[in-house]
Design a protein around this ligand. Structure first.
Ligand SMILES: [Zn+2]
Length: 487
């Protein structure tokens, strides 16, 4: 950690607040870790987060855009309007005991955090409460909006928020995400994505006695798969099409009346993802024609690629540097190395230096549903060091330190830099004006319009069955102690 000699009064105030509340931040992340809730089912998580924000003086609107576990919490009034947002969902089949370097389930087969969205939620709330305290203490004018975005792993909520006008009055926005490094980046970071289900409809029959009387919906799914596999020859390297069959029928002696497949289509820009989806629709129609079935198509989400504004990335970097990396203990380094070894990743322990600011012009093939926000208003995303470097997310090893001192220390560092950057938007409105100016240049004439269909409703049933199956066993591991922030 750097010395405190050169800190501004706002930074000193915020860093003291966050250090004083380090235990609450750790407990919040750990509580969410043990909730382990999948997208659209983050009921305990959202309840805990919104309760803390309300207690700290935020006005909380729950259920925004029809998302039962989404929220917008507001503090202050007038300009500038600064929005901060993140996600807090888990992944299926990744239940992992904290602090051990080998795969060990808390509840076998259950969902679990294996990326760190639990810590994202803790950093968001800590940042919000710290920034709000500073606004009051220093008399800064403006509005802080805190958005909770459900189901990031299914890329669902934030395009709905943007489509429904929740960002119409926002001046600048920030997104916090866990990583193995402490960094800010500007430019094009992630791909566009369309998520859609294709449901084929046929007619049942006895598969042994009179199969010729049936129309097999699963044939439609399989033929679409064949068509997509052939089409891959014509896809550019940055394009992706991948799927899971969510309904393949019930038993072999009944020809399935319905069958369904869930596809993700990715490309570097919204236009490319849309073209790929249009091609997939043709292939689905062909599959229906061949199998004497009908197909219905439902878009779950459609997101623009994520891009970050240079001015806001520089602002974050300015506040990341004085915070510096956490001082890791030798035990923490040993655990990180053991995890890297067991995950067959490059073994180099935890990072000791913050990363320099970088620019990027080619998006990665990952996506994040915050993409739409980043074309609507200037936005920046930063990574704070609460996970182990070099380990791929969605693997048990990426879940092993998420309720552990590594995550706790990274969250404190992340919240300090984040809160200081947010507060500078209120203390120095010129930075907001500059971000809006550079944003206009960066858009280079691209007109944002949502890819999400106008009348599309959120998929509120998503993951409900899995969560209902595992929640009783998972609930036995919920923590007894709840976080409390003290001003
Ligand atoms: Zn994530």
């Amino acid at each position: 950690m750097s010395t405190r000699g050169n800190l501004s009064p706002e930074q000193s105030f915020l860093f003291d607040f966050i250090d004083r509340n380090a235990r609450a931040i750790a407990l919040l992340g750990d509580n969410i870790f043990y909730f382990g809730e999948l997208g659209m089912q983050e009921f305990e998580t959202a309840k805990l987060m919104t309760g803390l924000l309300e207690k700290a003086g935020f006005k909380v609107e729950r259920g925004i855009s029809g998302f039962p576990t989404g929220f917008c919490a507001t503090y202050g009034a007038g300009d500038p309007v600064v929005a901060i947002h993140t996600e807090y969902d888990s992944c299926p089949d990744n239940s992992q005991v904290a602090g051990v370097p080998e795969q060990r389930f808390i509840v076998e087969g259950a969902p679990g955090h294996c990326e760190g969205h639990n810590v994202n939620g803790a950093v968001l709330v800590a940042t919000a409460i710290a920034a709000r305290q500073a606004m009051e203490r220093f008399g800064f004018k403006g509005t802080l909006k805190v958005f909770g975005g459900p189901a990031e792993e299914q890329l669902v909520s934030r395009p709905y928020f943007v489509r429904d006008g929740w960002f119409d009055d926002v001046d600048v926005a920030f997104h916090n995400h866990i990583g193995g490094e402490f960094s800010a980046t500007h430019g094009l970071l992630q791909s566009a994505l369309i998520s859609a289900t294709f449901t084929f409809h046929g007619e049942t029959a006895h598969s042994g006695v009179a199969p010729w009387k049936g129309r097999d919906a699963l044939d439609g799914v399989v033929l679409m798969d064949v068509g997509m596999a052939q089409y891959r020859e014509h896809m550019r390297p940055e394009m992706r099409a991948h799927r899971v069959i969510t309904n393949g029928g019930d038993q072999p002696n009944v020809i399935p009346r319905t069958a369904a497949v869930w596809w993700f289509f990715r490309d570097g820009n919204a236009e490319g993802a849309t073209k790929l989806f249009e091609q997939a629709k043709k292939i689905a129609q062909g599959a229906a024609l061949m199998s004497n079935t009908e197909v219905s198509i439902d878009v779950l989400s459609a997101v623009w690629p994520l891009r970050c504004n240079r001015t806001l990335a520089e602002l974050l970097q300015r506040h990341i540097e004085p915070v510096g990396m956490p001082a890791w203990t030798s035990d923490e380094q040993a655990l990180a190395r053991a995890l890297q070894e067991n995950a067959k990743a490059k073994v180099e322990g935890l990072k000791r230096e913050v990363s320099p600011l970088t620019g990027q012009s080619v998006p990665r093939t990952s996506a994040n549903d915050a993409g739409d926000i980043s074309w609507k208003v200037p936005m920046a995303k930063f990574y704070y060091p609460s996970n182990v470097p070099n380990i791929n997310f969605h693997h048990w090893a990426a879940g092993a330190v998420l309720a552990h001192s590594i995550a706790h220390k990274g969250a404190v560092a992340g919240a300090k830099a984040f809160a200081a950057a947010v507060v500078e938007c209120f203390s120095n409105p010129a930075v907001v004006a500059e971000a809006r100016r550079t944003f206009k240049d960066e858009l280079a004439g691209v007109q944002y319009k949502p890819m999400l269909p106008a009348g599309q409703k959120p998929p509120v049933e998503l993951n409900r069955a899995i969560m209902e199956k595992f929640r009783p066993a998972m609930a036995k591991h919920y923590l007894k102690e709840l976080p409390e922030f003290t001003p």
